[in-house]
Design a binder for this molecule. Structure first.
Ligand SMILES: Nc1ncnc2c1ncn2[C@@H]1O[C@H](COP(=O)(O)OP(=O)(O)OP(=O)(O)O)[C@@H](O)[C@H]1O
Length: 271
């Protein structure tokens, strides 16, 4: 019988990233499928951000290939990869704090707009058309993700957790095929982390495929449907949260010997 293969949205084939003698990422084969909320976890220095950077064009991988919906994007630059539909956020919030939430979202559209510097300076027809488009679509996004009450608020005046949400909303402006989030819950209190989890589940329910690096185990276990665990650059486990919780290699990576994996994950989730 013919077997129908689902093509991953984002995949890597034997991806390696070396910094001199340091093998930061070693032979990782990643597959993130349509509709996934895919967690990338591992102890500090495991290679998670380096793997993200290799997928998004910020690092040219030493070996291996990266595919977006089957297209080889290994050698493309970050802005070319973004144009093809890969959006990402960074560990530190990168909002313009003195601008309104809507103006921050509008910036996310710059890849889709046609205006150049001359259009902007002289407010040409093209500029006005782009501006109207960015305002309309920006408001649409804020409405979809439930942030419209902050439309005119200065980003810097928002609580930290809401700033994170705005940053994620801005990444939706390129209508991404996949959204990669680097430690979105970093620095959040438990309430903010729970709200962020609900927010990401909501965005996923809108049809967005998501990859997320995160240290907060409770967040990861409650939010992601699949997880890859890295340690010293290598993949030590991949699967559903239940598989990860019971894996001995994961236990040893996080806690050394002595705890069974499920207990180890529970301890991490409680802390
Ligand atoms: N540009 C670079 N030059 C040299 N070494 C680097 C560079 N970027 C990362 N590394 C090293 O690669 C290894 C993996 O780092 P990476 O930041 O990917 O880990 P991580 O899993 O994201 O860690 P964390 O959870 O602490 O953010 C680390 O040993 C780090 O010091």
């Amino acid at each position: 019988m013919l077997e129908i293969q689902r093509q991953p949205v984002l995949s890597t084939e034997h991806i390696c990233m070396y910094f001199g003698g340091l093998h930061a990422v070693e032979d990782i084969n990643l597959e993130i499928h349509q509709g996934d909320i895919y967690g990338i976890i591992g102890p500090n220095g495991a290679g998670k951000t380096t793997l993200f950077n290799s997928c998004t064009g910020f690092n040219l991988p030493t070996k291996g290939k990266v595919f977006l919906c089957g297209e080889d994007i290994t050698n493309l630059k970050p802005e070319q990869i973004a144009k093809k539909g890969m959006a990402r956020t960074f560990q530190n919030i990168k909002l313009f704090k003195y601008m309104s939430v809507l103006d921050n979202i509008k910036i996310g559209f710059h890849l889709n707009l046609k205006s150049n510097l001359i259009d902007t300076v002289f407010h040409t027809k093209q500029f006005n058309a782009d501006e109207a488009y960015a305002i309309e679509k920006g408001k649409e996004i804020l409405d979809l993700v439930g942030l419209s009450k902050y439309t005119e608020t200065k980003a810097g005046n928002l609580p930290y957790g809401v700033q994170r949400k705005v940053e994620i909303a801005r990444a939706l402006a390129i209508n991404p095929k996949i959204l990669l989030l680097d430690e979105p819950a970093a620095g959040m209190n438990p309430n903010e982390t729970k709200e962020l989890s609900d927010y990401i589940l909501k965005i996923n329910a809108l049809g967005y495929t998501i990859g997320v690096i995160e240290h907060d185990m409770k967040f990861v276990m409650n939010t992601c449907n699949r997880i890859i665990v890295l340690n010293f650059g290598q993949q030590i486990c991949e699967g559903t949260p239940d598989v990860i919780k019971t894996n001995q290699n994961v236990r040893e990576a996080y806690f050394g010997k002595g705890l069974v994996a499920g207990e180890a994950i529970n301890v991490a989730a409680e802390n």
